[in-house]
Design a protein around this ligand. Structure first.
Ligand code: 5RP
Length: 227
């Protein structure tokens, strides 16, 4: 899969023009894109980058890219990001990283939000091998779990624990994450709204109807899907 991620990242280069403000997400696919950009010295010198990810930021700084903090921008030309899974309508689950609040902010700022990934992530319909993750303020965790069980009777909400230390994962915003394991997904078209009506929930890892295009690398080549 790593090779396919690299192929998809290379194809993403065609979308980037000098003068662009480019948002970059997290993960190995995006790391490949940064490496391709670094090799195109002229283009690299003439773009501004913004990222939602600590690791991507380290990589950008290491290679001398002009990088801005998210708080300094309100619009991007393009936001590229990977995901765990995306469907034929380009709805995506970005549950693994637990940094979806910042990722969604950048995706919303972008004139074009482009998913980049290998074909293994492209599915007919999102399925429940991944949870929907919510970022929750610490004070609201018990309340939110109780509400989730009331509203979605078949959902199993689990606070994400750290495997490196004895405690819960704390987000970069000082909040907690709850992985909501659904037996089957409720209708996706209003799932974000239903979740965000519960006080204490900041953002969800479901990127519904946000992506404008996807670059998918499969065994037979690269496919660009536009909405
Ligand atoms: C992080 C993400 C990543 O983009 C996603 O996990 C994909 O990573 P990779 O490119 O390593 O497969 O959503 O929040």
């Amino acid at each position: 899969m790593e090779d396919l991620k690299q192929v998809a990242a290379k194809a993403a280069m065609d979308f980037i023009k000098p003068g662009n403000i480019i948002g970059l997400g997290a993960g190995s696919t995006i790391a490949h894109l940064v490496n391709f950009l670094k090799e195109d010295v002229t283009l690299a010198r003439h773009i501004t980058t913004v990222t939602s990810s600590f690791n991507t930021r380290q990589l950008l700084l290491e290679h001398g890219f002009h990088t801005k903090d998210i708080s300094e921008v309100s619009r991007l030309d393009i936001y590229f990001d990977g995901c765990d899974q995306f469907d034929h309508q380009l709805n995506a689950l970005k549950s693994g990283g637990g940094i979806h609040t910042r990722e969604k902010l950048l995706a919303a700022m972008a004139d074009k939000f482009i998913l980049v990934g290998d074909g293994g992530k492209y599915v007919n319909q999102l399925y429940t091998t991944f949870p929907v993750v919510i970022e929750v303020i610490p004070e609201a965790v018990l309340f939110v779990q109780q509400q989730l069980k009331k509203i979605f009777s078949l959902a199993n909400p689990v606070t994400r624990m750290s495997n490196k230390k004895d405690g819960a994962v704390i987000t970069e915003n000082g909040n907690l994450l709850i992985d909501i394991w659904f037996r089957s997904f409720p209708p996706l078209d209003n799932l974000n709204e239903r979740l965000k009506q519960i006080p204490g929930i900041l953002e969800t890892s479901l990127f519904y109807n946000m992506a404008h295009a996807a670059i998918i690398a499969g065994k037979t080549g690269v496919e660009i899907i536009r909405k």
